[in-house]
Design a protein around this ligand. Structure first.
Ligand code: PLP
Length: 461
């Protein structure tokens, strides 16, 4: 059976320019051909079985060891054209490859774990669209759901039953989400959760952790600070100091820093928001007792605990990090996988907080395309498949990710390259440093120039 590697890919950080995701690995000599490339790991339906049988492409014979330099002339022309319209030629900065160097391929299509660029080069996709494509590209149940729904129109600006259908599935996986709201991105989800936390507590200050990314809302773009009592400074031009000044950036995995922040700012901290497994500074696992410690401190201090599961949700377990680590969050944010590749974010949690939202309560939050029918359809198809196949999917994801991450780390060790591997499920990072890596400062010791070379070399293979 062909294996899928699409979701073995992991992590990014945009603003810090530390890029750890391996990206695509090119497969020499493979030109894109419709229908020949599907690979996935649980062939269930007749259609899926048939597609899996047609795959067979992940074999020693099709993998090159050292390739010729791929022709990317069409991608190059497309990039030049895009630069006329978009800053840097992109609609999201990491796509420009500035941190890793080289020229980004323009994608034409993808199927399973295989991606074809505009010049016909084929790659094993380790990105999985930065997370959402956990079931592989063009996964038949997702494609069918989108097609079926589109025939009845893409949007109504009125409620549909599909919204509660998806919500029911989400709260079955995340019991802490007693109530939720669908939005259109992870940024919207975290931004709204913070507004709610401020309203619920009547406080203004937010604690976040260095290296954690929660989207690009003003207050969350605070550059990593070092001192516990030091208020953040803006991490982006255009963010007023007054807004950045309401965010404290503390070192991850350091409960003493959190205790000290509450001691220095008594009664001022509305919420602590974190990535329960850091993905955006490279993969960093929570130390034993860290998540429980955060819960205990926030509960004692009357602050909300916001667990940002935009990356970890439905990924490190069906119920994400909340399930894997048994976290009793006040609010949870989700994105990526929950939309099956379409733009969906979720924020939700305890009823007492969620009922403060308009129209029930005084906290305003809204969205023309929130709960969009196409996005709900893709989300339902994805989450339903994960629920119904959790047993084969998650163990296989774990085993596949382990093979990829440990395989590369073993080769690095053989070659005498200093490397630290951090991995939680299918999230993982090869840090080019002797390590250990337990926080942002330690992640920043990784040799990013070397990682850039590695990234480019993988694209050339
Ligand atoms: C943990 C986390 N939170 C929030 C976001 C923002 O999500 P979006 O890019 O959909 O706005 C991301 C994006 O990668 C993320 O990784």
């Amino acid at each position: 059976m062909a294996r899928r590697f699409g979701s073995a890919m992991i992590s990014k950080t945009d603003s810090t320019r530390l890029i750890y995701a391996i990206g695509y690995i090119r497969v020499k000599g493979c030109k894109g051909q419709d229908g020949d490339s599907f690979s996935q790991f649980v062939p269930e339906s007749a259609m899926e079985r048939e597609r899996a049988q047609r795959s067979g492409l992940y074999t020693g014979a099709t993998m090159s060891t050292h390739g010729d330099t791929p022709n990317r002339s069409r991608s190059k022309a497309m990039q030049e054209r895009a630069e006329r319209y978009f800053p840097g030629g992109v609609n999201s900065p990491v796509r420009a490859f500035r941190a890793v160097g080289g020229e980004p391929p323009f994608v034409e299509r993808a199927d399973g774990a295989w991606l074809t660029d505009a010049d016909g080069n084929r790659y094993i996709d380790y990105f999985g669209s930065w997370g959402p494509m956990i079931l592989g590209h063009a996964f038949p149940p997702v494609v069918e759901a989108i097609e079926r729904t589109a025939r009845n129109s893409a949007s109504f600006g009125a409620s549909t039953a599909a919204e509660a259908d998806l919500a029911e599935r989400v709260s079955a996986c995340y019991p802490v989400l007693e109530k939720m709201r669908f939005v259109s991105s992870g940024t919207e989800a975290t931004m709204s959760a913070i507004r709610l936390a401020r309203a619920a507590t009547g406080r203004k200050v937010i604690v976040k952790f260095e290296g954690c990314y929660h989207g690009h809302a003003d207050g969350l773009l605070v550059k990593a600070g070092s001192g516990v009592a030091t208020f953040g400074i803006p991490g982006s031009a255009g963010v007023p100091e007054e807004i950045a000044g309401l965010t404290l950036a503390l070192p991850y995995n350091d409960l003493a820093a959190v205790e000290a922040a509450f001691a220095v700012h008594p009664g001022a901290i509305a919420a602590v928001i974190l990535e329960p497994v850091v993905g955006n500074a490279g993969c960093i696992a929570p130390a034993d007792g860290y998540l429980g410690g955060l819960r205990a401190i926030t509960a004692r201090e009357g602050a909300l605990l916001i667990v940002d599961e935009v990356m970890t949700g439905f990924r490190v377990a069906l119920g994400g990090a909340c399930e894997r680590y048994g976290i009793d969050a006040d609010l949870v944010t989700l994105g990526k996988i929950v939309g099956g590749g379409l733009p969906v974010g979720v924020f939700g949690g305890k009823r007492q907080f969620m009922d403060m939202l308009a129209p029930l309560g005084p906290v305003y939050q809204a969205g023309t395309l929130s709960g969009n029918p196409l996005a709900m359809a893709a989300g339902i198809a994805t989450v339903r498949y994960l629920q119904e196949h959790a047993e084969p999917v998650y163990p296989q994801l774990e085993a596949t990710a382990q093979a990829v991450f440990e395989g590369v780390a073993a080769e690095a060790a053989k070659a005498g390259v200093a490397m630290t591997l951090n991995r939680v499920g299918s999230m993982g990072t090869w840090f080019f440093t002797p390590g250990p890596v337990r926080n942002y400062d330690e992640a920043a010791t990784s040799d990013t120039e070397r990682f850039g070379r590695f990234h480019r070399a993988m694209l050339e293979r």
